[in-house]
Design a protein around this ligand. Structure first.
Ligand SMILES: [Fe+2]
Length: 167
């Protein structure tokens, strides 16, 4: 009997297939580490705050997918990759047919707003932004956090009681 794959598994398989096409090995590695890392942080933060865990995990996987999907393009543009990426993610979700119209809206909002780290958006979008910050900061705790991440990182350390991490 064939086991039915969850939609998270279907999404991961779709994303993996694209990421394996990245020619530069360092970027390929970063793409998996970052997208999966943010997705796991999304799961943890959503679980703590009572947000939709599955949608948060999916949004984490998709939040920078546009950037990595275009990794082999030497003219790739990073400017406003949140909003541009959300348009791309909407196409992906429409193609995959994994989400309802409402769920697609929630995910696309999270992707669109994730770059606005200095602004506060709805509670779901805040999960994605905080997860992005947490992955960046926890990836190498010896690096000084990016200036625009510092306030969020400090709040996350307090929220999760990570008292032994320096900030
Ligand atoms: Fe990111």
């Amino acid at each position: 009997m064939e086991l039915k794959r969850t939609r998270l598994e279907v999404l991961k398989a779709y994303i993996d297939k694209e990421l394996y096409n990245i020619q530069d090995n360092d970027e390929k590695r970063c793409s998996f580490v970052h997208l999966y890392g943010v997705s796991m942080c999304c799961t943890m933060i959503a679980a703590k705050r009572g947000e939709d865990i599955e949608l948060a995990a999916m949004t984490g996987l998709l939040h920078d997918f546009y950037v990595y999907y275009n990794a082999n393009d030497p003219n790739r543009v990073f400017t406003d990759h949140g909003r541009v990426g959300a348009v791309f993610v909407r196409e992906v979700l429409n193609k995959l047919q994994l989400t309802t119209i409402e769920e697609t809206e929630i995910i696309c909002s999270g992707v669109a707003n994730h770059c606005d780290k200095l602004k506060i958006d709805c509670s779901f979008d805040e999960v994605i932004k905080d997860a992005d910050v947490l992955q960046h900061c926890l990836y190498d705790i010896d690096f000084e956090p990016d200036e625009k991440y510092k306030v969020r990182y400090k709040r996350l350390i307090e929220e999760f009681g990570l008292v032994h991490l320096k900030n």
